[in-house]
Design a protein around this ligand. Structure first.
Ligand SMILES: [Zn+2]
Ligand SMILES: [Zn+2]
Length: 646
């Protein structure tokens, strides 16, 4: 008998050689029908793998991330089989599951795969799937594996790096592939499959190597899941922030300025400014003070901070000056500058905490292939702040920062989020700088604050930064995609490196604790996420223009201007469209530009001193005729729905 421990802590006594599927059956037939993968003592296995020792078993269904991974990775085997049949002589390399689907990197030799071929490959994959072939693992010797793949230099390279006795193939139908395992029971549960795209990919990601073709696909246990997924992809395309940024005149990239360096157009700059003002106001209430620091700093500053040793080689290289030996770095982080602000004078424990905030622009060198719209750029502005406090104040400060982050999310319509506490990997203590005692203090402070604030959080070992543990918020957007926003980080390391101190009640010098935090993260990335989350329909308080005045003809220009003046008196941001166009065309364009309110003015309105209000996206409802005062009340009510006081 073996003892199998399940995630809920219960123990099943099973016969030696029982399989995960046997365990599932012993729990319930329903579970057995849905189990598609398993892990034993942390290693992914098949549901048919025999268990020979005591251990901890996790059973996965399609609803688990690990279940989906097994499903998608298994489909990549089937796709590889179809590709080999349809393109004889190709060389297969690696075919892993990814976050959404899977890919297979293939050397197609002289053959070519195009969009037009996708359908026939998908058809063949589904045909094989319907035949319900089992996935079976088979151990092979290294010599045999090398012999089988003697004409495939990629697999040969992979096999050469493996120990004899650990090599396995996975068989299904008459196909086999080098693989270490993690498959669904059989091909029959793959009911829908789509090839999403093909792209070039260097072998092992190294551009010195040969370029292969990466075939991306996705598969599902139900046709409807695929249909839903493809609709989601279409919606994501419609909401792509690069597309919306252009349509709404927010930002622009110029090859002359440089890749990954966004240029903010007037409307985008106004949007950013509004976000900054919003956060500055809340931060002021929370006791932060604004500071300003330069865009560059002496290289030594970053040698002191440790950033240079860690990231120097992959960053923008030092800037030289006419002075011999003088070197500056573009600021990759604001923290060292803020440490020096703290160091500008001596402090007593009675002065703390000090909270320094800055919308600080930083520069990080990203590979050009990694750049993506506003989400991966080379220059960006962090809504950064550093809190310097005593160890006793750490808990309270951490909780205050969480309150601020939650306020930001609430005001911007991010309702759905979870938190992740990133702690050390205890097996790799050398990865981190700072004392074990300090790390423990910091980790405990974060966990207690997360608990106290009722956050829905998970603890991830090994995800901490090299200088301290952190709390990250994972926000779900309107399309169900997760984004990491709002990092809060405890740091015992920089205070040490910059020799920060304060005089305690005991009259002795002590090190303050430092907290790094950025609710938005970066303005660029945050605006990209907000654009895709709202499809450009920002909360009304944030809109660069809250209303557009549409005149029925040029005759009413003077009245339109009068309305604009009155709106400005009520602090409502508006503009006039006085072109000689039909009102229908003006409305359509205003809808596309996402103006929340369209205010139509003509003879009737001028006579009565009113405006005819039409709300975006409510074409069926007809216009309402109101005075400016009444309209101001409507807009304020809309604003108060999302923008609360901090
Ligand atoms: Zn496999
Ligand atoms: Zn920092």
């Amino acid at each position: 008998m073996i003892r199998v421990t399940l995630p809920d802590g219960s123990i099943k006594e099973m016969a030696q050689g029982a399989t995960p599927m046997d365990v599932a059956k012993s729990i319930s037939e329903g579970l057995a029908r849905n189990v598609i993968s398993a892990s034993y003592n942390g290693t992914t296995i098949e549901t048919t793998t025999t268990l020979t020792t005591d251990g901890t078993l996790v059973l996965y269904t399609w609803n688990d991330v690990a279940g989906k991974k097994a499903f998608w990775h298994s489909t990549s085997h089937v796709m590889a089989q179809a590709l080999e049949e349809l393109y004889p002589g190709i060389k297969l390399t690696l075919g892993p599951a990814i976050d959404n689907g899977f890919y297979y990197d293939v050397d197609f030799g002289d053959q070519k795969i195009t969009d037009a071929d996708f359908k026939k490959i998908e058809d063949r994959v589904l045909e094989i799937s319907r035949e319900k072939h089992e996935f079976k693992m088979r151990p092979v010797s290294k010599a045999e594996a090398l012999e089988v793949y003697k004409n495939n230099e990629y697999k040969t390279e992979l096999i050469s790096n493996l120990e004899d006795g650990t090599i396995t193939f996975c068989d299904h139908a008459n196909f086999f592939d080098l693989c270490r395992g993690g498959h669904i029971p059989n091909t029959g549960i793959i009911k829908a499959m789509k090839i999403l795209s093909v792209a070039g990919a260097y072998w092992r990601g190294d551009e010195k190597n040969k370029q292969l073709t990466r075939v991306y696909g996705i598969s599902f246990p139900k046709q409807k899941d695929l249909t839903d997924y493809l609709e989601l992809l279409e919606e994501a395309k419609r909401r792509d922030h690069r597309k919306l940024g252009k349509e709404l005149d927010l930002f622009h990239f110029s090859q002359k300025v440089g890749q990954g360096l966004p240029l903010w157009l007037p409307k985008g700059a106004a949007l950013r400014d509004r976000l900054e003002q919003f956060l500055k106001k809340a931060q002021k209430k929370a006791g932060y003070e604004q500071v300003v620091t330069p865009h560059i700093g002496m290289k030594d500053l970053y040698v002191t901070s440790g950033h240079y040793a860690k990231y120097g080689a992959d960053s923008f290289q030092p800037i030289h000056t006419p002075a011999e030996g003088e070197e500056f770095l573009l600021k990759p982080m604001n923290c060292p500058h803020h440490c020096e602000i703290y160091n500008a004078r001596p402090w007593s424990y009675k002065d703390l905490p000090k909270r320094y905030a800055e919308f600080g622009t930083v520069y990080r060198y990203e590979q050009s292939g990694e750049l993506h719209g506003l989400t991966r750029v080379r220059g960006f502005t962090q809504d950064d702040a550093h809190i310097f406090c005593t160890p006793d104040q750490l808990d309270a400060e951490f909780k205050n920062v969480i309150d601020l982050v939650l306020y930001v999310f609430g005001s911007l319509g991010f309702e759905n989020f979870t938190a992740q506490v990133s702690v050390r990997d205890l097996d790799n203590p050398d990865k981190y700088i700072g004392s074990v005692e300090n790390w423990e203090k910091a980790e405990n402070a974060i966990i207690s604050a997360a608990k106290d604030k009722g956050l829905n959080y998970v603890i991830e070992a090994g995800e901490a930064a090299f200088y301290g543990p952190k709390l990250d918020f994972m926000v779900k957007d309107a399309l169900g995609r997760s984004w990491q926003l709002g990092t809060i980080q405890v740091d015992y390391n920089l205070p040490e490196r910059f020799e920060l101190s304060y005089k305690g009640a005991d009259d002795k010098l002590h090190r303050p604790v430092m907290i790094h935090r950025a609710p938005f993260g970066s303005m660029e990335r945050f605006i990209a996420i907000l654009l895709e989350h709202t499809a450009g329909n920002f909360p009304i308080w944030l809109m660069p223009e809250q209303a557009i005045i549409l005149s029925l003809s040029e005759k009413y220009e003077n009245y339109a201007k009068k309305v604009l003046d009155l709106l400005e008196n009520h602090e409502i941001r508006a503009l006039i469209d006085n072109r000689n166009e039909t009102i229908g065309k003006k409305i359509r364009e205003a809808e596309m530009k996402k103006y929340p309110f369209m205010l139509i003015v003509g003879e009737e309105e001028e006579k009565n001193g009113t405006i005819s209000v039409r709300q975006r996206g409510q074409e069926g409802k007809g216009n309402i005729s109101v005075t400016i005062e009444e309209f101001a009340a409507i807009i304020n009510e809309e604003i108060n729905k999302t923008l609360k006081q901090f």
